[in-house]
Unconditional design. Structure first.
Length: 173
């Protein structure tokens, strides 16, 4: 099959996702529902982060809470829902930081990144069956140091911290 200048060797469709291998034997994924949200939450002088095992990299990753946007769901509602499900906390007044392609060389997933410093207690985690998530409260200066030392290397976390810094939210750190 030819699309534009690219010849596809194979296209497999499964549950709203296409697995495509092109003429150069590069495989990538196209999702029908490709929108996700993440939130960098600040509680006083700390960030609320999560740690979970990620099968593709075979490791535990410290990252931002978030997940997929449901069909027809508003992005602000999605980020509040995902934050509550994964951390058990509530978020008010999420501020949009921007859009990013976390892995544009392999997927069409679009991540919408948010920030909030209006966090309150919630009703506890409501994890999906496949999720095991530890909630971390990491001092901001420690988080920045871990990014500098390449201990925290999740793209969404790094993008969010960079955006906060560029906007002047992290001047004292």
């Amino acid at each position: 099959m030819r699309v534009g200048m690219t010849e596809y060797l194979s296209v497999k469709e499964d549950n709203g996702m296409k697995i495509i291998t092109n003429e150069h034997h590069k495989t990538y994924f196209q999702y029908k529902d490709n929108q996700s949200v993440v939130l960098l939450a600040r509680d006083c002088d700390s960030f609320i982060l999560i740690k979970q095992y990620r099968e593709p990299v075979g490791d535990y990753v410290v990252q931002l809470p978030g997940g997929g946007v449901r069909y027809g769901e508003d992005l602000d509602a999605a980020v509040k829902r995902e934050f509550a499900e994964e951390t058990g906390l509530r978020c008010e007044k999420p501020m949009y930081l921007g859009i990013m392609y976390a892995a544009s060389w392999i997927t069409n997933e679009v991540t919408h990144v948010y920030y909030s410093d209006s966090i309150s207690s919630g009703s506890g985690q409501k994890l999906e069956a496949h999720e095991e998530i530890d909630v971390l409260k990491v001092p901001i200066d420690e988080c920045i140091e871990q990014i500098k030392r390449n201990v925290y290397y999740d793209t969404e976390l790094c993008f969010a911290v960079l955006q906060l810094s560029l906007r002047g939210f992290l001047l004292s750190y």
